[in-house]
Design a protein around this ligand. Sequence first.
Ligand SMILES: Nc1ncnc2c1ncn2[C@@H]1O[C@H](COP(=O)(O)OP(=O)(O)O)[C@@H](O)[C@H]1O
Ligand SMILES: [Mg+2]
Length: 390
Amino acid sequence: MSERIVIGLMSGTSLDGVDAACCRIRGDGNTGRDYDVSVESFVTCSYDSALRNRIETACTDEGTVAEVCSLNVALGTVFADAAAAAAAAANLDLEDVDAIGSHGQTVRHEPNPKSMPVGDDRLRSTLQIGDGSLIAERTGVTTIADFRTADIAVGGHGAPLVPFADLVLFADDESFRVAQNIGGIANCTALPPGSNPENVTAFDTGPGNMVIDGVVEQLTNGDQTYDRDGEIARIGTVSDAILSDALDEDYFRAEPPKSTGREQFGRTYAREFIATCRERDLPDEDIVATATALTARSIAEAYHRFLPQTPDEVVVSGGGAFNPTLVGMLDAELNAPVKTIDEYGIGADAKEAVAFALLAAAALDGVPNNVPSATGATRPVVMGKRCPPS
Ligand SMILES: Nc1ncnc2c1ncn2[C@@H]1O[C@H](COP(=O)(O)OP(=O)(O)O)[C@@H](O)[C@H]1O
Ligand SMILES: [Mg+2]
């Protein structure tokens, strides 16, 4: 069975930095998704506040094409450095690395297109930047990038993509598992016993850390960018009235497939959330507690609404797994054992980067790597564009 070293790169909607996982992947695609993966190293290269702000502004209506254009190149170099750091952390030379799979940085995701004056307005759109050719050139390693557009081209949302990896990592013959990632946005993959790409349910449940981060950042005037270890929320009291108003939102009721992002739960949402809380004289810690409860409750409600049964096990990953107040609230909301992904030998913050290593391996093998039941695509396709080094 062939064995490859593939580095997965992921920069999510939180804009905290780029994650790089150096993975040893066994399997060559001849047996479909039957890959076996071990994580040789994992590094996060944090963004400084100037870069974070540039990206965050590029994601808003104030973002200019000129800025997105230059960020595409700037991020390509940052991603190349992250790949080199992951190889070094695994005691490998870049020459030993067979491929890099890079998600890129989403600057726009429009799953519900408004009518457009020209072109085909039936298609959704999404844009991830951080040029793959530049990564390939700087590292000397074949890079697979720009995955989501191939799924969009066959009518899908281009999201979520991680269910492919969830199938590889967690599918079980007996138990009904749910993989719950809590990044900027939270998404779940429900894996019924003996699951396959036709019967998984996966969708974005709503905000993950994005509203918590946005609220903390605005309340502290930028001194803090997240609620470290859930310490602010832990001393706050949840406002049930504000929580139920916030949950009374079309996105939460919409049937899957569905996906969301910074467009809906970004800066503006956090600003309005704070304003609503202020009208009721909530102190800061209660605002953060209520934002945290919004994530936990929206996940639990999504399971009740859209999953065929109560999970036997929920496996939490993403930066939200490091927030004990959030995980505690989720545990209290759900009728199922909540574990973190560490119990499966993968660090909570590494999963999505590992997923992009697996997606890249499949792309190189010509194995379809979208999960149509998750994205709503009309058919399986091989996602990812191949950028060879010169
Ligand atoms: N120790 C911690 N305490 C509380 N929250 C944390 C902690 N570590 C990470 N996080 C949260 O996780 C987020 C990053 O999660 P991540 O999975 O990287 O999201 P994304 O994929 O969107 O970048 C941070 O913005 C923060 O909100
Ligand atoms: Mg991140």
